[in-house]
Design a protein around this ligand. Sequence first.
Ligand code: PLP
Length: 455
Amino acid sequence: MPTDDFVASSHILHRSFTERPSKVIRGDGISLVLEDGRKVIDATCGPSVSCLGHSQPEIVEAITNHLKNDIAYVYSGSPYTNAAIEELADMLLAGKPGGLSKAIFVNSGSEATDAALKLAVQYWHEKGQPQRTHFIARKQSYHGNTIGALCVSGHESRRAFYQDFMSPNVSFVDPCYAYRMKHKGETDEEFVQRLARQFENEILRVGPDRVAGFIAEPVSGTTLGCLPAVPGYFKAIRDICDRYGVLLILDEIICGMGKTGTMHAWEQEGIRGPDIQTIGKALGGGFVPLSGVLLHQKIFHALSAGSGGLAHGHTFQAHPLACAAAISAQRIIKRDNLVERCKQMGYKLEDLLRAEIGPMPLIGDIRGRGLFWAIEFVLDKELKTPFPAQAKFCDQIVKNSLRLGLNILGNLGHTGTYQVDHVLVCPPYTVTEEELSQIISVLKVAISQASDEYL
Ligand code: PLP
């Protein structure tokens, strides 16, 4: 494929060498405004980030005020902190949800995953079990692109170049992917039991005294496409973790911060909560890079009774300006009751997706929660035949959508066992009914245009 002229001459090393990126010059509510003046409705908030749209004036003001009246940067490694850092943690952990009582803030989701893994390892050192360094993760998962996060990501194509760096102390079990993995006639309960047995057997195979933690997304985001677990799955996983003292690490970097209809997606799983949780993306509403790790009080108690400190840190951790922006975003979400709005508007989005998109010929599955939905495409509905990888069916839908004025995120889950051709629909928490209808009608045309050659 010839390299695009713009990409070749740009000093930025763009991700795709063949496709020219569209230059965005500003945001306008839910839309992106392109250099040529075209407006593109952002139906996925980037990768599920800009949860309050692209031009929220209150957040802009909060950032400006912070810069005028406070300090842009302090090194919060030691010995400083800042009001914004403390206030954001207070907001997120008020009432200790699920026993989570401490936070650390980092810049990206991948850094949050790395910090979560390191915290788990430090925890076991402090508890006098330093041999607990093995993690169990799930196939077709994605927890980030740094080496540490990739080690626990079952996304094979993203790992491919880096196999030599991938830790032998990580093993993978099946994800809770009912659409493809549930056997014919198997009940949800039987499916859960089968996955739970596999997880428990893996702990026993590795040796319970070697397993530090299990990491999973409550609603799998990009690789499997907004996939909630079947009822009872996380309860079974939580029970097994408790039985063997394995830490439950829940990655809510993409699915958290309200979009599924509760602040934390795990709140819908009937569990007491994770031991370690990661958050990111919507935390700062896309105005700043910010992610975090929330820790159960037992982790803090162990560190405090042990070495008495945190063996981890970054130069730009808990950046005050980022925290100030996130405080503003989270205040708006609370004040305007937007988590409940995600739930209510989510019902409308689901209805539209099922009624308008569901009957189309190449639609395999429609799934999600709140304002976090995906459509999985197949060549044959009955047989659930995936598209050949080279078809890049989703890429076609994404391109058609962009031409029609809609941004969606398409993902070819070429992550190993199954191919999961899907697009995401996860608009801002403030999306109106009219905008939802507009998104669905454009998407319908984009899918229909891409489908033509397969019908
Ligand atoms: N974890 C999950 C579930 C994600 O979806 C992502 C990014 O898409 C990450 C971790 C990594 O986050 P980041 O891209 O901010 O490093």
